[in-house]
Design a protein around this ligand. Structure first.
Ligand SMILES: [Zn+2]
Length: 129
């Protein structure tokens, strides 16, 4: 990812990096499609020591973000498939559900990254513990 975005929230969100230092990873395993480790996060950022599990149930709010992202994906797929390509409703729904299930691991992680970025700002001096 382009380093000119470093310092912007979009960098932390798209790369799932720590929202404070933009160096440490938010998730233990980078590949979201390894489903056994999909939600495994370190308790603290390995670079700046930011508490990534701020309180019990902190990431429940990320479900609302995930819902919004899923809705955006569904609207985009709906308009492109149903209105522009003129598919019938059954193949349209099968395609839509396949896309939503296929993108779920990415959606899950992006939603968590957006959620923690709502509460923590970038601090370039934070990467020195
Ligand atoms: Zn950090």
């Amino acid at each position: 990812m382009a380093s000119f975005l470093k310092g912007k929230k979009i960098y932390s969100i798209l790369l799932c990096k720590c929202p404070r230092c933009h160096e440490g990873n938010l998730f233990v395993v980078k590949n979201p499609y390894k489903l056994k480790t999909l939600d495994k996060m370190p308790t603290r950022c390995p670079v700046c020591n930011l508490d990534l599990v701020r309180e019990t149930g902190f990431y429940y709010g990320a479900m609302m973000i995930s819902h919004a992202l899923t809705t955006i994906i569904a609207v985009i797929v709906h308009f492109s498939v149903f209105h522009f390509w003129g598919w019938e409703i059954a193949p349209h729904l099968i395609f839509l559900i396949t896309i939503i299930i296929g993108l779920f691991p990415v959606n899950f992680r992006i939603a968590r990254a957006i959620w923690i970025n709502m509460f923590v700002s970038y601090n370039p001096k934070a990467n020195k513990i």
